[in-house]
Design a protein around this ligand. Sequence first.
Ligand SMILES: [Zn+2]
Length: 244
Amino acid sequence: MIDLRRCGRGVVAVTVAMAMFPTTAAATEGSSAEAGASQSPIDIRTSDVAFVDDLPSLRFCYHTVPIEVVNTGSPDPETTIRGEVESRTTLRSNGKNYSLLQFHFHTTSEHRLDGEVFPMEMHLVHQAEDGEQLVVGIWIEAGDHNRDLAPIFADLPADETEKLTIRRFDLDKLIPDDDDTYRYQGSLTTPPFTEGVQWIVFDEPLEMSLEQILSFQALFPDGNVREPQPLNDRQVLSDVDDDA
Ligand SMILES: [Zn+2]
């Protein structure tokens, strides 16, 4: 079976044009400290999620790229460890290309699932040419040592003065095998909390060892998360199999 999520040679692009997510133009101006009604993160309540069998496909055209890993100012809770991606690598969704700008980490998780909090969450921040932002969120749970993330977590920059350069980092390995997701329209989770952000949260978490998780938590002893925000009149869509 052809994996349409990947961008390998010979895989024909399939564009599913759906009006499910009307693409807002450029993200809403967000310089105001006043947060709007479509904020992130949220507690995803599965009883309120609308099951949609054919959500727009996701094609990760991720590559092995050089990254620069920076500490944006721990232990400040609005900072993080960020992997900056300079060469072009994209996610295609709903007929649109989104370039991956950076990925970063939170502890604990920002999104919750039926109230459950995970030890960490990774955010892959993308932007389309028209300015629309799309963030892929992936929960991280304690489990096996994560070899793919090890180059980062074995040598986390301790403060803003340190920088870690990784010449070959395989971004594709960061995406879970199971492509079931939750999707909704939200915002950045750090100031200025800009809205108009398309959120795609994977149902399947990644695993990292407790040692890896603790190495991150040591930099952010009080965490670096925003509290869940009210859903208001938004609808979370999902293609996660409901076996109830
Ligand atoms: Zn984030």
